[in-house]
Design a protein around this ligand. Structure first.
Ligand code: LIP
Length: 293
């Protein structure tokens, strides 16, 4: 049996907190963006960058969540985590789509999720509430388990997101992405060679959280990507699930770093079989951290 699901009133409260702190961090990354934004450091590769605003936004999220719920754990993309005793861990990506943020491309998001289970162990955790805020247009996606998925836009009434039906695969507009390691990008390109002829077209937006929320909102028909971390997908996963979509790994289990597949229920099996056969065609991914062939 999986980790216990908190009661509905607590799930609602977790969703409200996620929305409030994500909105505040969204304001910070827009209003306090330095005129000459620089790369503060790099992580897995030279293109896997961290700006000072990624760290500042994470520090703000950690401070606010720690005040609101001191017993909870915290896992963020950037430095600074904490274990908790409440059974809830906050999994945050202060700026999902950091490269877009650096280049001034209006497609990045603050992602905040409350999860049960251990987010450090693939397949052993799941989100119970979450919020994804796009600071550039004010879109706020949010959900809690069994509470439905919602989209709030400035000056508009909140809209419930509900997926009905799906196009056939050949007419599906799919989102995907590429990793920071050249070897991975080479493998992902090989998968795409096989996938693209079978779909309407591909969109590379540059933020997994926004890609997944686009599936929930119907502005993308499906999404797949290899190499995501829990913070890239946690909040948007519960938004897609509450909109009636499915978010899984390559073989139908929980999503993890080897693959995330998201689509409405009517399209998911076709997408899964297409990406599975493309991955087989592409062969095993060589060890990362080496020069691409
Ligand atoms: C990004 C993801 C995106 C992926 C990028 C990167 P980050 O997250 O949202 O889908 O293609 O390689 O992982 O690093 O901006 O938080």
């Amino acid at each position: 049996m999986g980790p216990a699901l908190p009661e509905v009133h607590e799930r609602r409260e977790l969703e409200r907190i996620a929305v409030d702190v994500a909105r505040e961090a969204a304001r910070l990354v827009v209003e306090e963006r330095p005129e000459h934004l620089r790369v503060a450091r790099t992580k897995s590769t030279a293109t896997d960058i961290v700006t000072e605003m990624d760290q500042r936004a994470q520090d703000l999220l950690r401070d606010r969540l720690g005040r609101a719920r001191p017993q909870d754990g915290f896992l963020g993309e950037e430095e600074g985590g904490a274990t908790g005793g409440s059974g809830i861990t906050w999994v945050v990506d202060p700026i999902d789509g950091t490269v877009n943020y650096l280049y001034g491309i209006a497609a990045y998001a603050v992602s905040v999720a409350a999860v049960v289970g251990d987010p450090a162990v693939p397949g052993s955790w799941a989100p119970v509430a979450g919020a994804v805020v796009n600071p550039t247009n004010g879109e706020v996606f949010h959900a809690h388990v069994a509470g439905g998925a919602w989209l709030e836009m400035p000056d508009a009434a909140p809209r419930r997101l509900e997926l009905h039906g799906a196009p056939p695969l050949a007419q599906a507009l799919a989102g995907t992405g590429f990793g920071y390691d050249a070897v991975r990008r080479e493998w992902q390109a090989r998968v795409l060679l096989h996938v693209v002829p079978q779909l309407r077209d591909i969109r590379r937006i540059g933020s997994a959280a926004l890609d997944l929320c686009a599936v929930a909102a119907g502005t993308l028909d499906c999404y797949f990507e290899r190499g995501l971390n829990p913070w890239d997908m946690a909040a948007a996963w519960v938004v897609v699930a509450e909109a009636g979509g499915l978010v899984t790994g390559l073989t139908g289990g929980p999503p993890d770093s080897s693959m995330v597949l998201a689509a409405p229920r009517g399209l998911h099996p076709e997408l899964a079989s297409l990406v599975r056969s493309a991955a087989e065609e592409a062969g095993d991914e060589p060890p990362l951290g080496q020069a691409a062939e």
